[in-house]
Design a protein around this ligand. Structure first.
Ligand SMILES: [Zn+2]
Length: 314
């Protein structure tokens, strides 16, 4: 059987209850069979009278929940709800807002739906993901942010008030008949357009020896580890020289407006991570569900206070 359901019908058949979800997580967590985190024992009983996803080591008697050490740890939500949420967020072409999740899954409160979505977003950045390579278009853009009270005033002139700065990079690959197509992408919130900021962005997202194609903005010059391919142009023509990254920026802005009615400053990086996660898996969305749960099953727990500490809470 494939590692993931290919349709909603298949999803429903495969994950009808807690036991089915727990078995899937156990297989993800221990692909070579159960492994006791305390003594290394390989035999365990599933405790029938307790939660369906608690294992008892036959050697040292330690109880291990299949969700221990994952973002689902100590969650009061049923596993079926986590699975539904992961499936919806991974497979819908535009993703799901917390409000949509709340209504689709019949969750009691918006806060519950919001935390669920935010914890899944944390699992969307794979630890040790590989940097972009080959030919990479790099550029930066501004996006208006939404506040709780009212839309930001002004927006005139060069001030960054009410705008968030984003650095982006996207691989350009040769498609059919040599036509350029977009590969993987990365997006990052940045504080300013200084050389040190943009260099740091490229350093952590583009592999050494790749070629960075830019609009010739001075801050990109002298990046130590990549070949720089500057195309000095007037401001009107940026989308012609860098069509790939500009299409990505424009789709990102439409998505932010369409799904979230404007993105909020506090959580912007998490939304960018969500966008990139789905974009990079756009050709195999149903596999992304397994990836999301697979990553989620190995991710550190993210209780509310940790979300707070990294600026994602509330
Ligand atoms: Zn043990």
């Amino acid at each position: 059987m494939a590692d993931f359901p290919h349709s909603l019908r298949e999803f429903q058949k495969r994950f009808p209850d807690e036991a089915a979800c727990a078995a899937y997580l156990a297989a993800k967590r221990w692909p070579d069979g159960f492994h006791c985190p305390q003594c290394g024992g390989v035999k365990a009983w599933l405790l029938p009278s307790r939660n369906v996803h608690t294992f008892l080591c036959t050697q040292c008697r330690k109880e291990t929940s299949v969700t221990a050490g994952t973002i689902m740890h100590r969650s009061h939500l049923p596993l079926t709800v986590w699975f539904w949420a992961a499936f919806l967020m991974a497979t819908h072409s535009n993703g799901m807002s917390a409000l949509q999740l709340q209504s689709e899954l019949g969750l009691g409160s918006y806060k519950t739906a919001w935390l669920l979505a935010m914890k899944l977003r944390l699992a969307m950045v794979a630890p040790g993901r590989s940097p972009l390579n080959g030919l990479v278009e790099a550029d930066e853009t501004e996006i208006r942010f939404r506040t709780k009270d009212d839309p930001p005033a002004g927006g005139q002139g060069r001030s960054h008030d009410g705008k968030l700065l984003i650095a982006g990079a996207a691989e350009i690959r040769a498609g059919k008949r040599g036509r350029p197509v977009l590969g993987r992408a990365r997006l990052c919130v940045i504080a300013d357009y200084r050389a040190s900021t943009l260099h740091a962005f490229l350093k952590s997202n583009v592999i050494s020896g790749a070629t960075a194609k830019t609009d010739g903005f001075a801050s990109y010059t002298g990046v130590p580890h990549v070949n720089h391919d500057p195309h000095v142009i007037g401001p009107m023509a940026a989308h012609i020289v860098l069509p790939g990254i500009h299409r990505l920026f424009s789709n990102l802005k439409n998505w932010g407006l369409g799904v979230y009615h404007g993105l909020r400053r506090k959580h912007l990086q998490a939304y960018l991570d969500e966008y990139v996660f789905r974009f990079n898996r756009r050709k195999y969305r149903h596999a992304a569900f397994a990836t999301l749960l697979g990553i989620a099953a190995c991710h550190e727990p993210a209780p509310y206070y940790i979300l707070k500490a990294v600026g994602l809470g509330g």
